[in-house]
Ligand binder design. Structure first.
Ligand code: CP3
Length: 342
């Protein structure tokens, strides 16, 4: 039995004393202890070594105190398992030496056996669950097929992912074949994560907002929907799509347990678009954590009042930035714990 099940209760839509809180990218560079490990081991070594992944996952739980842990890993371990080489270059970010640009390239992409290629993630989950000792639930995650395609085709981060979009709009058949291969892999991967012990899963569509409202259902949402359909009877699924307020209405009727909201959408608007019945997660502007702690506290309380304390998971609208002072991250989490219904 979990000692703190606030997060899972909010995902089920139950009435809670206060909303749960966690932060996207909560295990990251703003933590001095993370930086120490970063000096010793490169990024994918940290992902592939269960002892290191466990230590990093648990770090923010001990130091900041959120109501859920999220496994330290990366969305890009999935394309790696699919025979697409991915490096993490310091100062550059994700780097793919041979991006996918043709139907022939897509043919070479495999739908892998999960234990064989990503077994280290399952080991990290089991070890983390033991280390957490039922203190808080553990979230597993995957990138959306569209967001993975963005990196696989563009070959690196981008302001507009123009090469990824050009590939979709000039070679749609190859693009859909690739998206389906990523979807099939992601479903198998998340099912293994459930078997290994995660308590909820989140799908990150970080680059969904690169698509127009017309193209979003075709190139992104239909694949996320397949993943939700395959998982929703086994585990709560959270769908987070950055920049996609226009898709909130469809997302609300997808069978997901919760929908992530970024900071560009007002809480009232998000509630209106999603019909008021589904759990929402978000949406503090990550750069607002630069504000002094007292102001963070006030704004967090205002945000909870605007979303309502029930059917709500407090989070940022995207990942925490690396130069946020630890005490400001603490102020964010503590503000939620101090929240009293008006
Ligand atoms: O949230 C967590 O604490 C769990 C761990 C997590 C990481 N990546 C660790 C990480 C999660 C959930 C992710 C997901 C991820 N990875 C996404 C989706 C979420 C989002 O932020 O939009 C994306 C787009 C990626 C791809 C990726 N990995 C990028 C763009 C980068 C940043 C590169 C840079 O130099 O800033 C990474 C690296 C990465 N993944 C870091 C962490 C903590 C930074 C690693 C480091 O520099 O040591």
């Amino acid at each position: 039995m979990l000692k703190n099940d606030l997060f899972l209760r909010a995902l089920r839509g139950e009435t809670v004393e206060r909303p749960p809180v966690w932060m996207m990218r909560q295990a990251g560079r703003y933590l001095p202890d993370f930086m120490k490990l970063r000096e010793q081991y490169d990024f994918f070594t940290r992902c592939r070594t269960p002892e290191l992944a466990t230590e990093i996952t648990v770090m923010p739980i001990r130091q900041i105190g959120p109501d859920a842990a999220i496994l330290f890993s990366d969305i890009l371990v999935v394309p790696q398992a699919m025979n697409i080489e991915v490096e993490m270059k310091p100062g550059v970010g994700p780097w793919l030496p041979q991006p996918i640009r043709s139907a022939a390239d897509v043919e070479k992409v495999i739908v892998p056996e999960i234990q064989q290629t990503l077994g280290y993630v399952m080991e990290a989950i089991k070890m983390t669950k033991r280390e957490l000792d039922n203190e808080v639930p553990l979230i597993g995650f995957a990138g959306s097929p569209w967001t993975i395609l963005c990196y696989a085709v563009q070959g690196q981060g981008s302001k507009n992912f123009d090469k990824a979009k050009r590939f979709c709009f000039t070679q749609p058949q190859a693009a859909h074949l690739l998206l389906q291969k990523i979807t099939d892999t992601t479903i198998a991967y998340l099912k293994e994560k459930v078997r290994a012990g995660v308590d909820a899963v989140q799908i990150f569509d970080s680059w969904g907002g690169m698509l127009s409202p017309e193209d979003y259902p075709t190139f992104s949402w239909q694949y996320i929907q397949q993943i939700i359909d395959a998982l929703k009877d086994e585990i709560p699924v959270i769908a987070f799509a950055k920049g996609c307020w226009y898709a909130l209405e469809d997302m609300a009727i997808s069978g997901a347990s919760a929908i992530g909201v970024d900071w560009t959408c007002a809480p009232e608007t998000a509630r209106k678009l999603t019909g008021g019945n589904i759990t929402l997660q978000g949406n503090f502007d990550p750069t607002r954590l630069y504000s002094p702690p007292a102001e963070i506290r006030n704004r967090v309380h205002q945000m909870i009042d605007a979303f309502g304390k029930d059917r709500y998971v407090v989070n940022l609208g995207h990942g925490i930035l690396p130069d946020i002072p630890v005490e400001n991250a603490l102020a964010f989490v503590n503000a939620v714990k101090e929240y009293k219904t008006p």
